[in-house]
Each structure stands twice: as C-alpha cells, then as structure tokens.
Design a protein around this ligand. Structure first.
Ligand SMILES: *Cc1c(COP(=O)(O)O)cnc(C)c1O
Length: 275
C-alpha cells in the first residue's frame, strides 16, 4: 500500500499496521461484532481496553501501582489547564521552566488559575539551549513544570537534577521514544497524537501521593481524582481514541523503546546532515 505523509505541523504519522487494525475494528470490534465507536463506554470490552492500556503504560514506563494512568480529553492544552486547576491554591505558586514554545504556553495557562513564576528561561537566547536548572524555588511551590522536549526548538532534557517541589512534565513529543526515568515525576502527561495515537486525547500518569493533594473543588470531568475514581470514564469516553492508543502501545512494546530510540537518532542525523 502506498500512502501519503503529512510533514506539516500536527498529528504524527501512525504506523500502517496500526491504521489497518483501527480501520478493521471501526467496522467490527473483535468478537463483539460491533463497530468500535459504538461500544458501551461502561461495558466489559471497553473496560478491558482501558485495563490493557494502563498495564502497558506501567510496563513501558517502568512504574508500578503507585501511579494512576488516566485517559483524558482535550489533548495537551487541556493538561495545561488541568494541572493548575487541580494543584494551584491561593497560598501556593506554580513554578515553570520556560524552555520553548510549549513550555511558555503551558505557563500562560497557569496564570488563569493563580500565581505562577518563571524559575528558569532560555527565552533571551531564542530558546537555542536549555536554561540553567533553577537553584531555588519560590516558597510554597505547588509543583515545578517542565517540557521534556520542545518540538519546535528541539531542546530536550535528559537527566534532571533533584528538585524540592513535585515535578510535572509535559512529555507530549517524546513519551516512550527513549529510555527515561519516569519515576522522578509526580505527574507526567502527553497529548496522544505525537507518539500515542489520535489527536484530542491525552494520557496523564499521576503518583498517588500527588493525587491526594489535588484540589477538591474541581468539576469531575477536569478532576484527576474523579477521573481516577471513575477509571477514566467520567463521561462518554473517546473509545476510538483510547483503542488507537492501545494499538500504539502494543506496537511500541513489540518494537522496543531501544529500537525506537536508535531509529529516531538515525532519522535526526539524516535530517540535520541534510539541513
Ligand atoms: C504537540 C504538543 C502539545 C500540544 O498538544 P495539543 O493536543 O495540540 O494541545 C503540547 N506540548 C508539546 C510538548 C507538544 O509537542
């Protein structure tokens, strides 16, 4: 099969075999014989899809049951909202590392909910490098937010120094693309369309200690605690989106993170040698 590739900004390409499996399931999902988008969102087949997604996320990120895995609506930017909504309080500050376009936008969203501070920035050098890691944080820092890879500028964090506040990471563009210590985060999230499936969705992985600190006055759809209680089904879930993520997780496991990391390094070499 020949296929066209969209090299513009936006959703990344999905492997052809994943698209084929998704197409087949859209018409008839496994033994149910039902079209995938018409599965009952509180029924057993969809519960099994979610459970396998969660198990694969835990396995591939090498995290255990101390973390909740949540499949949420609204892509990356809804996480820009949910993080401060759930963790910022009138007497705390949200600290942000401004390492590029996405990091900057995440920070601007926090300003709607309370006090935020830029604790490190490479804006003055047009984001051509990572900023220095902040030596100190404001008193009562609710969390320290960073973007592990800024797609537009290519500033990627590798190993992180210790921090005195819970770390929150936007991993939209590099989740499951390299070996990484996910256990250093209180919360990490990713828009699904770069490495994990379809646009309009996000996965958020949150440590239970962090979850216990979440604000109580958040509407259930946007509350990490409510989503955890309801196993990511507060409202009618994005069934097709979650299933696409499951197919990507299976594909990622079959490939292996090391192989994906090596292939990405090769692709980058090819591209940058050409430029
Ligand atoms: C693509 C991307 C986003 C944006 O996600 P949306 O789903 O379009 O809101 C956020 N953060 C990073 C690092 C990204 O690469």
């Amino acid at each position: 099969m020949t296929r066209k590739t969209n090299f513009g900004a936006g959703p990344a390409t999905l492997p052809t075999e994943v698209l084929q499996q998704l197409a087949a399931a859209t018409i008839s999902y496994g033994h149910t014989g039902l079209p995938l988008p018409e599965l009952e969102h509180r029924g057993a087949p969809f519960a099994a899809i979610l459970e396998e997604c969660n198990a694969l996320m835990r396995e591939l990120c090498q995290i255990d049951n101390d973390y909740e895995v949540l499949w949420l609506h609204g892509g990356g930017r809804q996480q820009f909202c949910m993080v401060p909504m759930n963790f910022l309080t009138p007497d705390t500050t949200a600290a942000y590392i401004d390492s590029g376009y996405w990091a900057h936008e995440a920070m601007q969203y926090a300003a709607y909910y309370g006090q935020s501070a830029t604790v490190a920035s490479s804006a003055h050098t047009a984001y051509d490098r990572l900023p220095e890691w902040p030596a100190t944080l404001p008193p009562n820092t609710a969390y320290l937010h960073l973007t592990t890879n800024n797609t537009i500028y290519g500033t990627q964090w590798h190993t992180l120094p210790a921090a005195t506040a819970p770390l929150v990471a936007d991993m939209s563009s590099d989740i499951l693309s390299r070996q990484h210590n996910y256990r250093q985060y209180a919360l990490f999230y990713a828009a699904a369309q770069k490495n994990l499936g379809l646009s309009g969705m996000a996965v958020a992985v949150i440590h239970r200690d962090m979850l216990a600190k979440a604000n109580k006055n958040v509407p259930p759809l946007l509350s990490y605690a409510a989503q955890a209680r309801e196993k990511s089904v507060v409202n009618t879930a994005n069934i097709t989106g979650v299933y696409a993520s499951l197919l990507m997780l299976r594909w990622t496991k079959e490939r292996g993170i090391d192989a994906i990391e090596a292939e990405n390094a090769q692709k980058a070499d090819l591209l940058y040698n050409h430029l």
